[in-house]
Ligand binder design. Structure first.
Ligand code: SF4
Length: 322
């Protein structure tokens, strides 16, 4: 029996951190064995927020692809590619945009949020059309499943609608894609808020062991626990929350009873993280030393993706009499 097809991507808007690793990448690594998987660096999508910083998109395109591989994606098992290397995505985006009502795009909750977040006076056509490009990414590979976070579910529902509308006009070309909700505890950042590159509270996959120790040293803990024997409150402590994500938070009672100090806890967490990140760093360093290897992997991934994309586009063009 052939494996189902799976597709997922990440925007190259910054370095990848522990939240990206445990929230998505670790799951992708498992899924590459169960599915015919396509993982891509969504560089055209990054233009919606980094239009005037394209040199950074170029930098992060490579960094994110490096992090994919460092996290354990295996180019022998899955296709790893850059979206803009497969031009068919742009063509399908254009064709789907013709049959997508503007009203559907205006209603997307993340569109409204982004508009406010970015303080945009004028909204670009590309920002509003973001879900159409995402639909093109998914439908191109006729993906059976798309691993998504809760916040992406409305986008996926819209993708289904866009695909159905296209099918209604031109015939059954695209299957209904299913979302695969990734369940994970949100990774807290150094300050206790959600880990995010925009908050400056992240531990990156490319951080050295020393940088990790130093970052953990600055993490937010219970401000009332000054000495080791002060009774603490693990509830609001970022160190405790991060240990909890990793199933390592067994210090609850000792913290409350003042039997353990914050420095001790932080040392444990830093050691744990450095152990978790050691194989990832090793693969990362290896790739950084041989940049031509990354070029080869991305070229082979794009080739694999294009093979599928070409077949889909031939079908689409024929159905549309182009
Ligand atoms: S002892 Fe540990 S769990 Fe308690 S506040 Fe300090 S770092 Fe947090």
């Amino acid at each position: 029996m052939s494996k189902g097809r799976l597709l997922s991507g990440m925007q190259p808007t910054g370095l990848l951190h522990l939240g990206n690793l445990e929230g998505a990448l670790a799951n992708w690594v498992k899924l590459q064995d169960e599915y015919e998987a396509f993982y891509f660096v969504a560089d055209w999508h990054a233009l919606t927020t980094m239009l005037d910083r394209t040199e950074l998109i170029a930098k992060y395109r490579r960094e994110v692809a490096t992090d994919f591989l460092a996290a354990g994606l295996d180019p022998e098992k899955c296709a790893i590619f850059v979206q803009s290397d497969v031009k068919e995505h742009a063509e399908l985006h254009l064709l789907l945009s013709m049959s997508t009502p503007v009203g559907w795009l205006e209603r997307v909750p993340t569109f409204k949020e982004k508009k406010e977040q970015l303080h945009l006076e004028t909204v670009s056509y590309g920002l509003m059309g973001y879900p159409v490009l995402m639909t093109a990414d998914i439908l191109m590979y006729k993906a059976d499943v798309v691993p998504v976070g809760q916040d992406q579910l409305p986008h996926l529902e819209l993708s289904r609608e866009i695909g159905r509308r296209f099918n209604n006009i031109y015939g059954e070309i695209f299957p209904d894609c299913k979302g695969m909700l990734t369940k994970y505890a949100a990774m807290p950042g150094l300050d206790g808020r959600k880990m995010s590159k925009s908050y400056g509270n992240a531990i990156y996959l490319c951080d050295s062991p020393e940088e990790t120790i130093e970052k953990v040293r600055t993490m937010f803990t219970d401000p009332l626990k000054i000495r080791k024997d002060d009774p603490g409150h693990p509830g609001g402590c970022a160190v405790y929350a991060m240990m909890d994500v990793y199933g390592q938070a067994d210090m609850h009672d000792d913290c409350e009873a003042g039997k353990i100090g914050c420095m001790q806890c932080k040392k444990r967490l830093a050691n744990f993280l450095n152990g978790r990140l050691a194989p990832i760093r090793e693969r990362r360093n290896e790739l950084v030393q041989h940049p031509e290897r990354l070029d080869e992997i991305l070229a082979a991934g794009a080739e694999k993706a294009r093979k599928v994309a070409k077949v889909t586009m031939e079908e689409v063009r024929e159905a549309m009499h182009f």
